[in-house]
Design a binder for this molecule. Structure first.
Ligand SMILES: Nc1ncnc2c1ncn2[C@@H]1O[C@H](COP(=O)(O)OP(=O)(O)OP(=O)(O)O)[C@@H](O)[C@H]1O
Ligand SMILES: Nc1ncnc2c1ncn2[C@@H]1O[C@H](COP(=O)(O)OP(=O)(O)OP(=O)(O)O)[C@@H](O)[C@H]1O
Lengths: 219, 219
């Protein structure tokens, strides 16, 4: 697929190299000559350009682009104008890293199909995991359901899954037991009923959020 | 638990409100008076201060803090000095949002226990999901293992899990079937052997990364 990355902020630079590393066609545009120079040969094509210059954008010929990714920093108007121009050029997927909620609203009004808030997303995820230290990670699966990695509660240690009858008692399913041996993590995927949970093991469980919360209170 | 958030960038502000919303004690420090004013009453305590002033930091009395989170932007030296001071004050967990890999190295040398790169993390995740559009989401579980949400391959449609014998043939386990009905997502968690995969369903599968990649090639 063909991607155009506009603005080589931290995010833009990394997504350009990730996509190129996955075999995708990657064109990058930026106002900063040094950044463009440093990417020559590391992406499909790197062009020095002011992305708010609609005539110059048209000259490049972006009609074949499947997706545009914008990371132009401040001020807002730079990404706002660029988004509007890309929509005019008919690019279907326009992904923009936004500065704030209001900025995101503006961008959506002008045709952005996806707005990104990497700092906010990480703050929410890390904040929740710091508030619940026995939860190693929590991944939403769909409305009301998550997969949670949690330290096995003490009351589970040295018992088998069958003895604990977790599915019936707690309404969650243990999809894996993570065990540490000599500093190495071993994953017992889809464990058997007679597998034992050891002290220090982590459990990967899936279930509805209420059931997960009840289980978490045991830890 | 007691948290001190130093620097109210986008990340710092959001993690402060997330932690406070989860019932944690949250102290915020920043050089910007307006930001401190705007947080009065929205966190436990908000103090206007230059975090690179070691004497002023000592005056606040941060010994009881369980964790410090730093989001001080540029230049590097601000977060570098602050990290060093917090380590001196004996704070056990020091989490810092870094500007670059080199910045992260410096911070670790001076006592930071966790370095964050929210823009890089999202760029890698989004970059991979854009390169593999049939993978809705990929979550690493541990070294070499992931949980993947993917569109069910056409060859699976209208067949039961038993008929497909997925565990034996593909070495992955289907932990859930996501089905859309009248715009609503239904999750069939830990499906039975005779459950059918319908056209348009997504599958949540867990397995080693090689097996997941082979399965993904079918889609
Ligand atoms: N008019 C423009 N045309 C093209 N490129 C531009 C224009 N204005 C700014 N840029 C580029 O956009 C990039 C923005 O990077 P910047 O680091 O400011 O983004 P950011 O919002 O801090 O994102 P991140 O946190 O991911 O680094 C810079 O490389 C800059 O040269
Ligand atoms: N010496 C200092 N003491 C206290 N606060 C400081 C000091 N220097 C900077 N700050 C504060 O740190 C914050 C840094 O925010 P900034 O937006 O620059 O961070 P950032 O790196 O862009 O992160 P994000 O992407 O999460 O917004 C500002 O609120 C600023 O007032």
């Amino acid at each position: 697929m063909q991607f155009v990355i506009i603005g080589l902020g931290t995010f833009g630079s990394k997504i350009a190299s990730t996509l190129y590393g996955e075999g995708q066609q990657v064109l990058v545009l930026d106002l900063n000559r040094e950044k463009i120079e440093s990417l020559q040969g590391l992406v499909t094509q790197a062009i020095h350009i002011d992305a708010t210059d609609f005539e110059k954008l048209k000259e490049i010929g972006l009609e074949s682009m499947d997706c545009a990714i914008i990371n132009l920093g401040e001020p807002m108007e730079t990404s706002v104008l660029t988004t509007m121009f890309l929509k005019e050029l008919g690019i279907k997927e326009i992904i923009v890293k936004a500065i704030s909620k209001e900025h995101g609203m503006l961008l959506k009004m002008l045709g952005a199909t996806q707005i990104l808030f990497p700092e906010v997303d990480m703050a929410i995820r890390l904040g929740k995991s710091l508030a619940y230290p026995n939860i190693v990670d929590q991944i939403p699966v769909c409305e009301g359901y998550s997969i949670v990695e949690m330290a096995a509660p003490e009351s589970f240690w040295e018992k088998t899954l069958a003895q604990l009858d977790i599915r019936r008692v707690y309404a969650v399913e243990v999809i894996a037991i993570k065990h540490k041996e000599d500093g190495e993590e071993k994953l017992n995927m889809v464990p058997d009923a007679d597998d034992v949970i050891d002290e220090g093991d982590n459990l990967l469980v899936v279930g509805d959020d209420n059931s997960l919360e009840k289980l978490n209170k045991l830890v």
